[in-house]
Design a protein around this ligand. Structure first.
Ligand code: HPA
Length: 275
């Protein structure tokens, strides 16, 4: 797709949403697998199913709700994605990240991302919550491949600090206040939809990652390209490197995410209040 067409489609979605909801959202939230209940924390003003928004893809995964929620969180105007798009669903990297670009053009400056992940750090356990301090994106297509959309950001964006140090520091304070023992670490993105083999989990650990998942990083890349402030948090839903012979299932991932959700909700609520 030409960059002119891409920008036109983003603007058409933006104009449609501005007609439906008159206020400018400041904070964007993306809810990962099993984390959709967080939307109950939002004082909802408007909900718009993805299928009604021009050029929006539609989420196909169980545990994702497929709508944009507009409202207030801790008094701030937010726009939340209940359900995101994944590369493994067959969308290309530009489709996966389309809503993030729309959020930015609606006025969102701060993006709060969440996901479920498998851990390869032996110090982590299921239900732990990890602040993403950095990522490895080299196994998934970069969404900025193609002609650069200069109106959105530079051709060669710096990625030395995609996740805001300031937001990480605030999240740590919030975690300390609630005695959450939040972990901090590196997320590596893979395409999925297969979970990893034992050899792959071992390789991922060797590469310097703490957790592995199938989302978030493409979104963070386009957000960084557009100069958004990004905070990302991961709920550990399964142990990659384990000796017990058990397997990882999607049901187990959803259940673990659901149990850890209150911690994530508190961090997002209090972060939004502090922005
Ligand atoms: N691997 C990849 N993605 C995941 C995992 C995993 O173990 N758990 C949740 N998402």
């Amino acid at each position: 797709m030409s960059n002119k067409k891409a920008l036109r489609e983003i603007n058409e979605a933006v104009r449609y949403l501005q007609k439906q909801y008159k206020h400018k959202p400041e904070v964007g939230v993306v809810l990962g697998s099993g984390l959709g209940n967080f939307s109950n924390e939002i004082e909802v003003e408007k909900e718009i199913p993805y299928k009604e928004i021009p050029h929006f893809p539609v989420s196909t995964v169980e545990g994702h709700k497929s709508k944009l929620i507009f409202g207030r969180l801790s008094g701030k105007r937010v726009i939340a994605m209940a359900g995101r798009f994944h590369f493994y669903e067959g969308y290309d990297a530009q489709e996966v990240t389309f809503p993030i670009r729309v959020m930015k053009l609606l006025g969102v400056e701060t993006l709060l991302l969440s996901n479920a992940s498998g851990c390869v750090n032996p110090g982590y356990k299921v239900g732990d919550v990890m602040i993403i301090t950095d990522h490895i994106s080299l196994f998934t297509p970069n969404p900025l491949i193609g002609k650069n959309i200069d109106e959105l950001g530079p051709r060669f964006p710096d990625m030395s600090e995609p996740y805001s140090k300031e937001l990480i520091a605030r999240a740590k304070e919030i975690g300390d206040r609630h005695q959450y023992d939040l972990k901090e670490g590196v997320y590596v993105a893979v395409t999925g939809p297969t979970f990893e083999t034992r050899a792959e989990y071992k390789m991922i650990r060797t590469l310097g990652a703490d957790v592995v998942g199938m989302s978030t990083v493409q979104e963070a890349i386009v957000a960084a390209h557009m100069g958004m402030k990004i905070f990302a948090i991961s709920v550990i839903t399964d142990i990659g490197l384990r000796e017990d012979g058990l397997i990882t299932t999607h049901e187990e991932v959803l259940e673990a995410a659901r149990l850890a959700e209150p911690k994530l909700a508190t961090v997002f609520k209090e972060l939004a209040a502090a922005i």
